[in-house]
Design a protein. Sequence first.
Length: 202
Amino acid sequence: MNIFHRVPKFDFMGKWGIFFTLSLFITIGGLIVTFWRGPSLLSEDFTGGYLTQLQFSQPIDVGVIRTLLISRGYSDVSLQRVGEQSTRIIIKTKKGGGEIISIIKEAFPNQTVEVLGEEQISPTMGETVRKQTILGCLVAMVGIMIYVAARFEFRFAVGAIVALIHDLLVALAFLAITGRQVDSLVIAAFLTILGYSVNDTV
């Protein structure tokens, strides 16, 4: 079955200047915002903090809880829904794990809130995770570069690494500009981008 009546032709190379300028603008703008945000870009997985997992008796809107905690001074709160029933959430903050439980129970008196787990992430642990993350990305890039150089040519390997760095910087720019934080799930996404990017490049 033919979707197009005629073969579409997109002159990407003829418009390389436009795409190069757009890519450069996004990358540089993302780096500026990244340095401007500083440590606030990193989640509690890297800087240390509190992790609280709660179970609700009825489905709960994560957005409502986020708005509630931000209004109480937890501007750095990060929430993650667990499962498809919307009854279990993970709350990450840089301060006050126990206080958050009291705030939520008072705000939702009709809900039965069960504390499934509380954990304090020390700054030392966060520093270890950050170093291991950087090391993992570097090892992945070196491995990709060696494979592409051995399988094809060294200049292709250099091009592949440049493309990988570009894709990661664009993803980082999106996170920085939209006010999101880098956590363990984002790192997993970055590694996924590495794999798909090199596959597309090859």
